[in-house]
Design a protein around this ligand. Structure first.
Ligand SMILES: [Zn+2]
Length: 193
């Protein structure tokens, strides 16, 4: 029976690398994988479209289908029997429901990769839904600078810690993120007040 799987980690934690590795393995074994990603930028119009997908570690040319939303019809006409979803945290709860329909009604495994929490330490919307309904949930562990497990993100704007703001999204300007443990995250928040 096909499963809805969720692999999560912090930023820079190797999610996309893991996704591309998994895609490669399936392809080598004769499966037809499809990678989709949320389209966060509307400047290119409402059309779904193909674009490159890159990992910080792996090089090479990989293509993903960028989509606004997911319905069972979104992927009509595309031949695939494994679905890999990158940046899944940015999808809406109804998109996650649609992914579960692909699993249950088409018997196609769906492997989702994404972040658990934003820079404020809160769950993303898509992540919340996945944590509720996924068949399998796996953490891709990434260390903090102190050696503990990184679970949080410090957002800096021009070098200054941002203590209250938006969820991680498409950013302008000099915004950087550091993946840290909860203790280091709290310390950074307190020191910047
Ligand atoms: Zn730490």
């Amino acid at each position: 029976m096909a499963k809805l799987s969720f692999y999560y980690s912090v930023m820079g934690g190797g999610k996309t690398t893991s996704l591309l590795q998994t895609e490669y393995t399936y392809r080598k074994n004769g499966f037809i994988p499809l990678i989709i990603k949320p389209k966060l930028d509307d400047r290119e119009g409402a059309q779904n479209g193909w674009g490159p997908i890159q990992s910080r570690i792996l090089t090479g040319k990989h293509q993903a289908l960028y989509v606004d939303s997911i319905t069972p019809e979104t992927l009509n006409g595309i031949n695939f029997n494994i679905l890999l979803v990158d940046e899944v945290q940015f999808f809406k709860p109804q998109d996650i429901e649609a992914l579960s329909k692909i699993v249950d009604e088409k018997n196609i495994p769906v492997l989702c990769y994404g972040l658990k929490t934003d820079a404020n330490g809160n769950l993303f919307e898509g992540t919340t839904k996945l944590l509720a309904i996924a068949d399998e949930i796996t953490e891709i562990v990434h260390p903090c600078k102190c050696g503990e497990k990184a679970t949080h993100h410090i957002r800096r704007i021009d070098g200054q810690v941002d203590t209250g703001g938006q969820s991680i999204s498409v950013e302008k300007g000099n915004v950087t993120y550091e993946s840290v443990c909860r203790k280091c995250w709290k310390l950074a928040q307190e020191m910047s007040r």
